[in-house]
Design a protein around this ligand. Structure first.
Ligand SMILES: C[S@@+](CC[C@H](N)C(=O)[O-])C[C@H]1O[C@@H](n2cnc3c(N)ncnc32)[C@H](O)[C@@H]1O
Length: 389
């Protein structure tokens, strides 16, 4: 990396205060603790060149992947959360918007007329769990949409519609508070009817328009992006295990999970119930999950998991490759054990893997909306650029 680039990195105001972060396909599905597209975009642009391969081993909802593809880079995402992987996959596919529109209209017509629906929903054990969150009518509508998606759509299209339905689960449930209440399994007291079909249809339409906009940009940009998108993908993977699906990458751009801040798996509880995934097994795999914060060994376990993950990540990064990371910088107290839960991941990686820290610690503030727990707001992060020597 040249001194010019380093200078530019230091001159950027990484706070991006007031920046719109849900532009186009970024709004496909809500996700807690994401980094904003402007950060991913600048890291991709400054640390890599067109055609190079980037890995985001903790890809969440695929912010890095979208920005990498936009800039003509190949991006591979990994995450242990199956919802994260599906969202990220949709963001890499090249869709036929005409086909999506046709299927959407079949799904909606059929779902609107539940009298015609002769499948009469055998409610699976997993779908039973949804009874506590949705009114009986809304639940029947939800399952009708789900069945019609399965009936009318296949492959990538099916994933698109399932992800759009998953996105409206929280807002169509009767839990009207923050997603943290869903994570903590606080079921609503009163069940209210919601127009889930309308929410689903309008979200699908909005996302189809977002896809259309990508495909109608100038042709040579689109060709470059489509080529990158064809080679990009996301995989379900626990990073503490060896990485087999990628050989060598030019750069890592990521934001690893912070300790004791968010429950990514539990936050997607409603999607787990709808898709029939195993929430209890997956929440164990999640590094730094908030629910583990009362365990005495939690911080040691976190450090072990992060270092174990980077052993695997380091193996696929080429020599001289760069790592652009957003990491926690907030020295908050733990609410059970009174020690600080701050872990300096950059220092750990420099000590353990002899990486060179090229940028030092560039401080940025979180956006105001990001309330993380009952103790208050988590308010700062660091951008760090490391080099594998
Ligand atoms: C800070 S978030 C990343 C958000 C992402 N930058 C985005 O913009 O969406 C950290 C991610 O690490 C994932 N994660 C936690 N433990 C993991 C593990 N063992 N293997 C792979 N991913 C893991 C979580 O599911 C979460 O999506």
């Amino acid at each position: 990396m040249t001194n010019e680039i380093l200078k530019e990195i230091n001159s950027i105001d990484w706070n991006f205060k007031g920046a719109w972060t849900q532009e186009g396909i970024h709004g496909l599905h809500w996700y807690p603790g994401v980094f904003i597209p402007q950060i991913a975009n600048n890291l991709v642009r400054l640390l890599t060149s067109r055609g190079e391969k980037i890995l985001d081993p903790f890809c969440g909802c695929g912010t890095t992947l979208v920005e990498a593809i936009k800039l003509g880079r190949v991006a591979i995402g990994m995450d242990c959360n199956p919802m994260a992987v599906l969202i990220s996959k949709v963001k890499c596919y090249e869709y036929s918007v005409e086909s999506l529109r046709r299927k959407l209209s079949s799904i909606c017509e059929r779902s609107a007329d539940r009298l015609l629906d002769n499948q009469r929903h055998d409610i699976s054990a997993s779908h039973e769990m949804l009874r506590d969150w949705f009114s009986p009518t809304t639940l029947m509508d939800l399952l009708s949409i789900w069945n019609n998606i399965n009936h009318y759509a296949e492959n990538e299209d099916k994933i698109f519609f399932r992800v759009c339905l998953s996105h409206v689960l929280k807002s169509s449930s009767s839990q009207e508070k923050h997603w943290g209440w869903v994570a903590d399994n606080v079921t609503p007291k009163n069940l209210k009817d919601k127009d889930i079909l309308k929410m689903f249809a309008s979200h699908c339409e909005e996302m189809i328009r977002a896809l259309e906009k990508i495909y109608y940009q100038t042709r040579d940009i689109v060709d470059m992006q489509i080529d990158a998108a064809h080679k990009s993908d996301a995989f379900l993977h626990d990073c503490r295990q060896p990485i087999k699906c990628v050989e060598e990458v030019d750069a890592i751009i990521t934001s690893p999970p912070y300790p004791s801040v968010i429950d990514y798996t539990k936050a997607h509880r409603l999607s787990y119930y709808l898709f029939g995934w195993n929430l209890n097994a997956d929440k164990e795999i999640e590094i730094g999950a908030r629910w583990k914060r009362t365990r005495k060994t939690q911080l040691d376990q976190y450090v072990e998991d992060i270092l174990g993950s980077f052993e695997n990540i380091n193996r696929v990064l080429k020599k001289g490759g760069l790592i652009g990371m957003v990491i926690d910088a907030t020295k908050r107290k733990r609410n059970v054990l009174s020690e600080s839960s701050y872990v300096d991941i950059a220092r750990l990686l420099v000590e353990h893997f002899k990486y060179e820290n090229l940028s030092g610690y560039i401080k940025r503030k979180y956006s105001d909306q990001r309330i993380v727990d009952s103790l208050g707001r988590q308010n700062s992060e660091h951008i760090v650029i490391l080099k594998k020597t």
